[in-house]
Write a protein that binds this ligand. Structure first.
Ligand code: HEC
Length: 365
Protein backbone atom coordinates (compact mmCIF):
# COMPACT_ATOMS: atom_id res chain seq x y z
CA UNK A 1 0.00 0.00 0.00
CA UNK A 2 2.95 2.41 0.45
CA UNK A 3 4.26 1.97 -3.05
CA UNK A 4 1.65 4.07 -4.82
CA UNK A 5 1.97 7.31 -2.81
CA UNK A 6 5.77 7.15 -3.03
CA UNK A 7 5.57 6.72 -6.74
CA UNK A 8 3.17 9.64 -7.05
CA UNK A 9 5.38 11.73 -4.85
CA UNK A 10 8.45 11.10 -6.94
CA UNK A 11 6.53 11.97 -10.10
CA UNK A 12 5.39 15.19 -8.46
CA UNK A 13 8.96 16.11 -7.51
CA UNK A 14 10.16 15.29 -10.99
CA UNK A 15 7.44 17.43 -12.52
CA UNK A 16 8.29 20.31 -10.20
CA UNK A 17 11.99 20.13 -10.97
CA UNK A 18 11.19 20.08 -14.66
CA UNK A 19 8.70 22.94 -14.60
CA UNK A 20 10.62 25.40 -12.41
CA UNK A 21 13.39 26.31 -14.89
CA UNK A 22 10.94 26.20 -17.78
CA UNK A 23 8.72 28.75 -16.01
CA UNK A 24 11.73 31.01 -15.45
CA UNK A 25 12.94 30.78 -19.04
CA UNK A 26 9.43 31.35 -20.34
CA UNK A 27 9.14 34.82 -18.80
CA UNK A 28 7.32 37.23 -21.08
CA UNK A 29 9.76 39.75 -22.58
CA UNK A 30 6.95 42.05 -23.77
CA UNK A 31 5.51 42.43 -20.29
CA UNK A 32 9.11 42.52 -19.05
CA UNK A 33 9.76 45.63 -21.11
CA UNK A 34 6.71 47.36 -19.59
CA UNK A 35 7.91 46.45 -16.09
CA UNK A 36 11.49 47.43 -16.88
CA UNK A 37 10.44 50.83 -18.26
CA UNK A 38 8.33 51.48 -15.17
CA UNK A 39 10.74 50.24 -12.51
CA UNK A 40 14.32 50.08 -13.77
CA UNK A 41 14.88 52.46 -16.69
CA UNK A 42 15.11 55.54 -14.43
CA UNK A 43 18.43 54.27 -13.09
CA UNK A 44 19.60 51.75 -15.69
CA UNK A 45 18.58 53.61 -18.86
CA UNK A 46 15.87 53.01 -21.44
CA UNK A 47 18.45 50.81 -23.19
CA UNK A 48 19.57 48.62 -20.27
CA UNK A 49 23.10 49.41 -19.14
CA UNK A 50 25.78 46.78 -18.59
CA UNK A 51 24.97 46.58 -14.86
CA UNK A 52 21.38 45.59 -15.46
CA UNK A 53 22.45 43.20 -18.23
CA UNK A 54 24.94 41.60 -15.88
CA UNK A 55 22.02 39.50 -14.67
CA UNK A 56 20.66 38.73 -18.12
CA UNK A 57 22.10 35.24 -18.27
CA UNK A 58 19.06 35.20 -17.76
CA UNK A 59 19.51 35.05 -14.01
CA UNK A 60 16.54 35.81 -11.76
CA UNK A 61 18.64 35.14 -8.65
CA UNK A 62 21.01 38.01 -9.53
CA UNK A 63 18.17 40.53 -9.86
CA UNK A 64 16.58 39.37 -6.59
CA UNK A 65 19.97 39.70 -4.92
CA UNK A 66 20.37 43.23 -6.28
CA UNK A 67 16.90 44.28 -5.06
CA UNK A 68 17.63 42.85 -1.60
CA UNK A 69 21.13 44.27 -1.26
CA UNK A 70 21.97 47.27 -3.44
CA UNK A 71 21.24 50.32 -1.19
CA UNK A 72 19.67 52.36 -4.01
CA UNK A 73 17.41 49.45 -4.91
CA UNK A 74 16.40 47.89 -1.58
CA UNK A 75 15.01 51.22 -0.37
CA UNK A 76 12.51 51.34 -3.26
CA UNK A 77 9.22 49.70 -2.22
CA UNK A 78 8.13 49.34 -5.85
CA UNK A 79 11.15 47.12 -6.48
CA UNK A 80 10.79 44.93 -3.39
CA UNK A 81 7.12 44.48 -4.29
CA UNK A 82 7.89 42.86 -7.64
CA UNK A 83 6.90 39.18 -7.72
CA UNK A 84 9.08 36.36 -9.03
CA UNK A 85 6.82 36.11 -12.08
CA UNK A 86 7.27 39.82 -12.83
CA UNK A 87 11.03 39.55 -12.32
CA UNK A 88 11.10 36.55 -14.66
CA UNK A 89 9.46 38.74 -17.29
CA UNK A 90 12.09 41.43 -16.73
CA UNK A 91 14.80 38.78 -16.99
CA UNK A 92 13.33 37.60 -20.30
CA UNK A 93 13.29 41.20 -21.53
CA UNK A 94 16.94 41.71 -20.55
CA UNK A 95 17.85 38.46 -22.29
CA UNK A 96 16.66 39.87 -25.62
CA UNK A 97 19.67 42.20 -25.45
CA UNK A 98 22.24 39.48 -25.16
CA UNK A 99 21.43 37.07 -27.94
CA UNK A 100 21.35 37.76 -31.65
CA UNK A 101 19.06 35.46 -33.51
CA UNK A 102 20.28 34.26 -36.92
CA UNK A 103 19.29 36.79 -39.54
CA UNK A 104 19.51 39.81 -37.22
CA UNK A 105 21.18 43.11 -38.13
CA UNK A 106 24.76 42.57 -39.22
CA UNK A 107 27.34 45.34 -39.03
CA UNK A 108 29.84 43.40 -41.13
CA UNK A 109 31.77 45.49 -43.62
CA UNK A 110 34.04 48.49 -44.01
CA UNK A 111 33.33 51.64 -41.99
CA UNK A 112 34.91 55.07 -41.92
CA UNK A 113 34.42 58.47 -40.35
CA UNK A 114 31.00 60.05 -40.83
CA UNK A 115 30.08 62.04 -42.81
CA UNK A 116 31.49 59.94 -45.67
CA UNK A 117 34.87 61.08 -46.97
CA UNK A 118 35.52 63.47 -44.06
CA UNK A 119 38.54 61.43 -42.87
CA UNK A 120 39.58 59.38 -45.88
CA UNK A 121 42.76 57.46 -45.02
CA UNK A 122 41.75 55.38 -42.02
CA UNK A 123 39.03 52.78 -41.62
CA UNK A 124 37.49 50.08 -39.53
CA UNK A 125 36.71 46.57 -40.82
CA UNK A 126 34.04 44.69 -38.94
CA UNK A 127 33.53 40.93 -39.12
CA UNK A 128 30.27 40.21 -37.30
CA UNK A 129 29.30 36.67 -36.33
CA UNK A 130 26.63 35.96 -33.70
CA UNK A 131 27.13 38.37 -30.81
CA UNK A 132 30.80 38.96 -31.56
CA UNK A 133 32.42 41.61 -33.74
CA UNK A 134 36.07 41.24 -34.68
CA UNK A 135 37.28 44.68 -35.68
CA UNK A 136 40.53 45.55 -37.40
CA UNK A 137 41.35 49.26 -37.37
CA UNK A 138 43.65 50.72 -40.00
CA UNK A 139 45.29 53.92 -38.87
CA UNK A 140 48.69 55.50 -38.09
CA UNK A 141 51.01 55.33 -35.10
CA UNK A 142 52.56 58.33 -33.35
CA UNK A 143 55.30 58.44 -36.01
CA UNK A 144 52.76 58.45 -38.86
CA UNK A 145 53.57 54.90 -39.92
CA UNK A 146 50.67 52.62 -40.88
CA UNK A 147 49.34 50.92 -37.72
CA UNK A 148 46.66 48.27 -37.34
CA UNK A 149 44.92 47.25 -34.15
CA UNK A 150 42.42 44.50 -33.50
CA UNK A 151 39.66 44.03 -30.96
CA UNK A 152 37.29 41.14 -30.31
CA UNK A 153 34.12 42.84 -29.15
CA UNK A 154 31.30 41.21 -27.28
CA UNK A 155 27.75 42.45 -27.26
CA UNK A 156 26.96 44.42 -24.10
CA UNK A 157 23.54 45.76 -25.10
CA UNK A 158 21.43 46.55 -28.14
CA UNK A 159 23.83 47.82 -30.79
CA UNK A 160 26.69 48.05 -28.27
CA UNK A 161 29.91 46.05 -28.45
CA UNK A 162 33.12 46.39 -26.46
CA UNK A 163 36.49 44.78 -25.92
CA UNK A 164 40.24 45.18 -25.47
CA UNK A 165 42.38 46.70 -28.23
CA UNK A 166 45.58 44.95 -29.21
CA UNK A 167 48.57 45.83 -31.32
CA UNK A 168 50.55 42.91 -32.67
CA UNK A 169 54.07 42.23 -33.86
CA UNK A 170 55.17 39.20 -35.83
CA UNK A 171 57.42 37.69 -38.46
CA UNK A 172 57.58 39.67 -41.71
CA UNK A 173 54.78 39.05 -44.22
CA UNK A 174 56.91 37.02 -46.63
CA UNK A 175 58.33 34.74 -43.91
CA UNK A 176 55.30 34.60 -41.65
CA UNK A 177 55.40 32.28 -38.65
CA UNK A 178 52.44 32.10 -36.24
CA UNK A 179 54.82 31.27 -33.37
CA UNK A 180 56.29 34.80 -33.55
CA UNK A 181 53.02 36.68 -33.15
CA UNK A 182 53.01 38.82 -29.99
CA UNK A 183 49.84 40.72 -29.11
CA UNK A 184 50.05 43.64 -26.67
CA UNK A 185 47.00 45.21 -25.07
CA UNK A 186 46.97 48.96 -25.63
CA UNK A 187 43.47 49.97 -24.55
CA UNK A 188 39.77 49.39 -25.06
CA UNK A 189 37.24 50.09 -27.80
CA UNK A 190 33.46 50.40 -27.93
CA UNK A 191 31.08 50.46 -30.86
CA UNK A 192 27.59 51.92 -30.42
CA UNK A 193 25.23 51.64 -33.38
CA UNK A 194 22.18 53.85 -33.82
CA UNK A 195 21.02 51.90 -36.88
CA UNK A 196 22.40 49.41 -39.41
CA UNK A 197 24.56 52.06 -41.12
CA UNK A 198 25.55 54.55 -38.43
CA UNK A 199 27.25 54.52 -35.09
CA UNK A 200 30.17 55.72 -33.02
CA UNK A 201 33.62 54.26 -32.44
CA UNK A 202 35.19 55.05 -29.08
CA UNK A 203 38.76 54.13 -28.23
CA UNK A 204 40.77 54.64 -25.10
CA UNK A 205 44.54 54.30 -25.58
CA UNK A 206 46.61 55.66 -22.69
CA UNK A 207 45.46 59.25 -22.12
CA UNK A 208 43.65 59.34 -25.48
CA UNK A 209 39.87 58.92 -25.27
CA UNK A 210 38.19 59.77 -28.56
CA UNK A 211 34.82 59.04 -30.12
CA UNK A 212 34.30 59.17 -33.88
CA UNK A 213 30.98 59.07 -35.69
CA UNK A 214 31.21 56.27 -38.29
CA UNK A 215 29.26 55.11 -41.31
CA UNK A 216 29.64 52.45 -43.98
CA UNK A 217 32.09 53.14 -46.80
CA UNK A 218 30.36 52.85 -50.17
CA UNK A 219 32.33 52.36 -53.39
CA UNK A 220 29.61 50.29 -55.09
CA UNK A 221 26.37 48.67 -53.98
CA UNK A 222 26.78 47.81 -50.30
CA UNK A 223 25.69 44.19 -49.76
CA UNK A 224 23.40 43.07 -46.95
CA UNK A 225 25.01 40.58 -44.59
CA UNK A 226 23.31 38.04 -42.35
CA UNK A 227 24.68 35.72 -39.73
CA UNK A 228 23.75 32.07 -39.64
CA UNK A 229 21.51 31.84 -42.68
CA UNK A 230 23.93 30.01 -45.02
CA UNK A 231 25.39 26.76 -43.71
CA UNK A 232 27.63 26.09 -46.70
CA UNK A 233 29.78 29.20 -47.19
CA UNK A 234 31.21 27.87 -50.45
CA UNK A 235 27.86 28.67 -52.11
CA UNK A 236 28.18 32.42 -51.40
CA UNK A 237 28.72 34.66 -54.43
CA UNK A 238 29.61 37.81 -52.49
CA UNK A 239 33.05 37.46 -50.88
CA UNK A 240 32.78 40.14 -48.19
CA UNK A 241 34.28 38.72 -45.00
CA UNK A 242 37.43 38.34 -42.94
CA UNK A 243 39.72 35.78 -44.59
CA UNK A 244 42.88 34.06 -43.41
CA UNK A 245 45.32 31.39 -44.46
CA UNK A 246 43.85 28.00 -45.30
CA UNK A 247 43.52 25.57 -43.56
CA UNK A 248 41.87 27.62 -40.82
CA UNK A 249 44.22 28.55 -37.99
CA UNK A 250 47.37 27.53 -39.89
CA UNK A 251 48.69 31.13 -39.96
CA UNK A 252 46.82 32.86 -37.17
CA UNK A 253 48.17 36.40 -36.79
CA UNK A 254 47.57 37.92 -40.21
CA UNK A 255 44.38 38.33 -42.19
CA UNK A 256 42.70 40.12 -45.04
CA UNK A 257 39.33 41.86 -45.06
CA UNK A 258 37.55 41.63 -48.38
CA UNK A 259 34.88 44.28 -48.90
CA UNK A 260 32.89 43.33 -51.95
CA UNK A 261 30.60 45.95 -53.46
CA UNK A 262 29.33 45.55 -57.05
CA UNK A 263 32.30 44.22 -59.10
CA UNK A 264 34.99 45.70 -56.87
CA UNK A 265 36.78 44.20 -53.90
CA UNK A 266 38.51 46.67 -51.61
CA UNK A 267 40.84 44.60 -49.46
CA UNK A 268 42.76 45.58 -46.35
CA UNK A 269 45.57 43.19 -45.51
CA UNK A 270 46.97 43.28 -41.99
CA UNK A 271 50.39 41.71 -41.65
CA UNK A 272 53.98 42.58 -40.64
CA UNK A 273 56.72 44.79 -42.00
CA UNK A 274 60.30 43.64 -42.66
CA UNK A 275 61.12 44.63 -39.05
CA UNK A 276 58.11 42.75 -37.60
CA UNK A 277 56.09 45.88 -36.82
CA UNK A 278 52.45 46.14 -37.97
CA UNK A 279 52.00 46.65 -41.72
CA UNK A 280 48.75 47.16 -43.58
CA UNK A 281 48.34 47.27 -47.31
CA UNK A 282 45.25 48.02 -49.37
CA UNK A 283 44.15 47.08 -52.85
CA UNK A 284 41.16 48.10 -54.93
CA UNK A 285 40.72 44.92 -57.00
CA UNK A 286 38.49 45.04 -60.04
CA UNK A 287 36.87 42.06 -61.67
CA UNK A 288 38.95 40.85 -64.60
CA UNK A 289 37.24 37.50 -65.19
CA UNK A 290 34.94 34.98 -63.52
CA UNK A 291 36.00 34.90 -59.87
CA UNK A 292 39.16 36.92 -60.59
CA UNK A 293 39.88 40.37 -59.10
CA UNK A 294 43.13 42.33 -59.49
CA UNK A 295 44.64 45.66 -58.55
CA UNK A 296 47.63 47.60 -57.22
CA UNK A 297 48.74 47.26 -53.62
CA UNK A 298 49.42 50.41 -51.63
CA UNK A 299 50.86 51.22 -48.26
CA UNK A 300 49.93 54.48 -46.62
CA UNK A 301 51.50 56.95 -44.22
CA UNK A 302 49.52 59.65 -42.44
CA UNK A 303 48.92 61.77 -39.38
CA UNK A 304 48.83 59.89 -36.08
CA UNK A 305 45.52 58.23 -35.11
CA UNK A 306 44.64 60.78 -32.41
CA UNK A 307 45.37 63.83 -34.59
CA UNK A 308 44.29 62.44 -37.94
CA UNK A 309 44.27 64.76 -40.92
CA UNK A 310 43.25 63.47 -44.36
CA UNK A 311 45.54 66.04 -46.04
CA UNK A 312 48.65 64.26 -44.73
CA UNK A 313 47.81 60.79 -46.10
CA UNK A 314 50.46 59.60 -48.57
CA UNK A 315 49.82 56.35 -50.48
CA UNK A 316 52.78 54.55 -52.06
CA UNK A 317 52.37 51.75 -54.56
CA UNK A 318 54.26 48.65 -53.37
CA UNK A 319 52.99 45.94 -55.70
CA UNK A 320 50.00 44.10 -57.12
CA UNK A 321 47.47 41.54 -55.87
CA UNK A 322 45.06 39.08 -57.47
CA UNK A 323 42.25 37.12 -55.82
CA UNK A 324 41.04 34.01 -57.66
CA UNK A 325 37.96 32.41 -56.11
CA UNK A 326 37.41 28.68 -56.50
CA UNK A 327 34.10 29.12 -54.67
CA UNK A 328 32.54 31.26 -51.92
CA UNK A 329 34.91 29.99 -49.25
CA UNK A 330 38.15 29.22 -51.07
CA UNK A 331 40.49 31.53 -52.93
CA UNK A 332 44.08 32.09 -53.96
CA UNK A 333 45.64 35.36 -52.83
CA UNK A 334 48.55 36.11 -55.17
CA UNK A 335 50.76 39.10 -54.45
CA UNK A 336 53.96 40.72 -55.60
CA UNK A 337 55.36 43.18 -53.06
CA UNK A 338 58.49 45.26 -52.78
CA UNK A 339 58.74 47.45 -49.69
CA UNK A 340 61.38 50.11 -49.17
CA UNK A 341 64.63 48.39 -48.22
CA UNK A 342 63.83 45.12 -50.05
CA UNK A 343 66.38 44.34 -52.78
CA UNK A 344 63.82 42.68 -55.06
CA UNK A 345 60.07 42.11 -55.19
CA UNK A 346 58.70 38.99 -53.52
CA UNK A 347 56.00 36.95 -55.25
CA UNK A 348 53.88 34.59 -53.13
CA UNK A 349 50.57 32.76 -53.24
CA UNK A 350 48.42 31.96 -50.22
CA UNK A 351 45.34 29.79 -50.13
CA UNK A 352 42.74 31.64 -48.08
CA UNK A 353 39.40 30.81 -46.47
CA UNK A 354 36.89 32.67 -44.33
CA UNK A 355 37.68 33.07 -40.64
CA UNK A 356 34.82 31.57 -38.63
CA UNK A 357 34.75 32.49 -34.95
CA UNK A 358 31.03 31.82 -34.44
CA UNK A 359 29.64 28.98 -36.58
CA UNK A 360 28.32 28.90 -39.21
CA UNK A 361 29.58 32.42 -40.06
CA UNK A 362 28.15 35.37 -41.96
CA UNK A 363 27.38 35.80 -45.64
CA UNK A 364 26.51 38.86 -47.67
CA UNK A 365 24.61 39.40 -50.88
C1 HEC B 1 17.05 53.89 -7.83
C2 HEC B 1 17.97 53.42 -8.87
C3 HEC B 1 17.82 51.98 -9.31
C4 HEC B 1 16.69 51.35 -9.75
C5 HEC B 1 15.27 51.90 -9.86
C6 HEC B 1 17.10 50.02 -10.13
N1 HEC B 1 18.43 49.87 -9.91
FE1 HEC B 1 19.52 48.21 -10.29
N2 HEC B 1 21.18 49.10 -9.53
C7 HEC B 1 21.23 50.39 -9.07
C8 HEC B 1 22.57 50.65 -8.57
C9 HEC B 1 23.08 51.96 -8.02
C10 HEC B 1 23.29 49.44 -8.74
C11 HEC B 1 24.73 49.16 -8.34
C12 HEC B 1 25.66 49.64 -9.42
C13 HEC B 1 27.06 49.20 -9.20
O1 HEC B 1 27.27 48.17 -8.56
O2 HEC B 1 27.94 49.90 -9.71
C14 HEC B 1 22.37 48.49 -9.33
C15 HEC B 1 22.73 47.20 -9.67
C16 HEC B 1 21.90 46.32 -10.35
C17 HEC B 1 22.30 45.01 -10.78
C18 HEC B 1 23.65 44.35 -10.58
C19 HEC B 1 23.71 43.63 -9.27
C20 HEC B 1 25.08 43.02 -9.01
O3 HEC B 1 25.12 41.98 -8.39
O4 HEC B 1 26.09 43.60 -9.44
C21 HEC B 1 21.25 44.46 -11.43
C22 HEC B 1 21.17 43.09 -12.06
C23 HEC B 1 20.18 45.45 -11.39
N3 HEC B 1 20.62 46.56 -10.73
C24 HEC B 1 18.94 45.26 -11.96
C25 HEC B 1 17.89 46.13 -11.80
C26 HEC B 1 16.56 45.87 -12.27
C27 HEC B 1 16.16 44.65 -13.07
C28 HEC B 1 15.80 46.92 -11.88
C29 HEC B 1 14.32 47.08 -12.07
C30 HEC B 1 13.50 46.01 -11.55
C31 HEC B 1 16.66 47.85 -11.19
N4 HEC B 1 17.91 47.34 -11.15
C32 HEC B 1 16.25 49.07 -10.65
C33 HEC B 1 20.22 51.32 -9.09
C34 HEC B 1 18.92 51.05 -9.43
Amino acid sequence: MKTLPRLLQSIAIFALALSAPVAGAAGDPVNGKVLYDANCSGCHGSVPDAIALYAAGPDLTEIKYAIANIPEMRTRPELTALTDAQLSDITAFLATYTTTAPGGVSYQGLWWKAPANSESGWGLNLAHQGDTIFASWFTYDTAGKGWWLVVTMNKTGTGTYGGDLYTTSGARFDAFNPANVTPTKVGTATLTFTDANNGTFNYVIGAVNQTKAITREAFGTIPTCTFGTVADLSTATNYQDLWWNKPANSESGWGINLNHESDTIFATWFTYDTDGTPLWLVVTANKTGTGVYSGDLYRTAGARFDAFNPASVVPTKVGTATFTFADGNNATFDYTVQLAGMAAPVHQQKQITREIFTAPGTTCK
